[in-house]
Design a protein around this ligand. Sequence first.
Ligand SMILES: Cc1cc2nc3c(=O)[nH]c(=O)nc-3n(C[C@H](O)[C@H](O)[C@H](O)COP(=O)(O)OP(=O)(O)OC[C@H]3O[C@@H](n4cnc5c(N)ncnc54)[C@H](O)[C@@H]3O)c2cc1C
Length: 486
Amino acid sequence: MKNDNVDVVVLGGGIAGLYYAHCLSSHHEKLDILILSKDELAVCNTRYAQGGVAVTFDPVFSEIESHVQDTLNAGRGLCDERVVRFVVEEGKEQIQNLMNLGTSFDRNIDGELDMVKEGGHSSNRIVHAKDRTGLEIQNSLMRALKTTNNVRFRSSCLALDLLMDEDACLGVQVLNKDGDNTIISASTTVIATGGIGQLYEVTTNPSVATGDGIAMASRAGAKIQDMAFVQFHPTALYEVGRTPSFLISEAVRGHGAQLRNEDGEAFMFQYDPRGSLATRDIVSKAIFLEMQRSAFPYVWLDVRHFDLVEFAELFPTISEKCQSLGLNLSKEMIPVVPAAHYLCGGIVTDNKGRTSIPNLLCLGEAGRTGMHGANRLASNSLLEALVFAARAARLPYERKPISSVQQESDHRNEGVISATFDIAEIKSIMSNNAGIERTLDGLQFAQMKLSKLKQPQMPSDRNEVEFINMIEVARLVVEDALHNLD
Ligand SMILES: Cc1cc2nc3c(=O)[nH]c(=O)nc-3n(C[C@H](O)[C@H](O)[C@H](O)COP(=O)(O)OP(=O)(O)OC[C@H]3O[C@@H](n4cnc5c(N)ncnc54)[C@H](O)[C@@H]3O)c2cc1C
């Protein structure tokens, strides 16, 4: 087992981990900061973010207030209003900071930022880079970090478990690309490992979204909350067998696309006066009910009335994808289904990203800050990640004496193929019993099935580690869903 000492180890190279490292290194040029990602850096939810970042630039009270109210309304009364308020107020500074770093958001012909609208928002307040906003942000952060001397990256490096001393975190044990284990001791450990979409059969989240950080924190005794609040995005492209599902951004509905059922009816108005622009929970549930009623495997998203040249200009990725499938959007509609998309709950943090475990921070989608309540408002998650990363980076840094940490188990990769631990089984249990529609019987059945899954005793590769983590996280989702059942 190798040993490594750093000042700060960041688990995750999405927006939360990268922006935190950027802000921290600009406050503390001498800190040794190490960012780990379990796959290539490009594989993360951030890269796929299409729609944009919700931000209120106008300091006018009514504008701030309207963004706050839209967020609270979406969260079904379960947001922490204090948190919502400071995130909305501080967003502008972080977006300005990103632009200073070279992030290029779209502008209108007058050179002003092109602000668009998405479901649940009462005004145009989403900044975006066409439909590739996450990629643009990630690329600009990577460019900025490459110019610093004190931030290092290690990809294909899987964090296994937190190293704990009594009740404080001392670092992390990892499985390297070469199959060796390393103990990384650090004064500060930051979980920025993203979401849990891979728990479900249909998800927009890439393969890394197996909830590893949440599982590690749970095993270490951190406070976890609101795991039942898994958000389903209403409009993932229906493509049999493709994972992750390709997302048709909410901004397309913001631009006027209509949801229709198999009879061509714009059914959303039967469910909500805002029609296709109701919040995600309402639209996803309505689609689910329409699919159940009709026994049709998807509903349609209608963009036939759009100017398709403008559509391709605004949504190049979506337009190219539809073309690649041979869809003629002037005549044909897009088949869409709801997909597991975002986790509103997670590891509980205070208003600077500190968890209940000393020396352990959590940022981004893995964290539960109180911002989203039961349902996240569209484009509020990149915003939350930025604001909390900037706040956490301003915490006074304390260098802790590094004790030599020993972990008993050595998770060595012996090249074993773990065919017996079938992740598809977890996905099936969760999709059928803890998805959009939940019942007491279904959740209890899921709980029983999860408890019976045989787990590897000495996980030796990524698949086995993820299998264990996914069971842990699935269990947390189901338990919380049972508590929250109406
Ligand atoms: C298709 C799609 C579209 C979206 N569109 C928007 C949008 O328009 N606006 C918006 O606000 N939000 C959007 N979201 C949500 C948003 O993208 C995510 O919430 C956000 O990017 C999460 O960032 P993160 O840094 O927390 O995690 P991620 O970007 O997912 O990064 C997680 C990182 O953790 C690493 N990791 C995980 N486990 C381990 C481990 N065990 N060891 C080491 N490393 C590990 C991964 O390798 C990765 O580097 C979208 C999400 C998706 C999937």
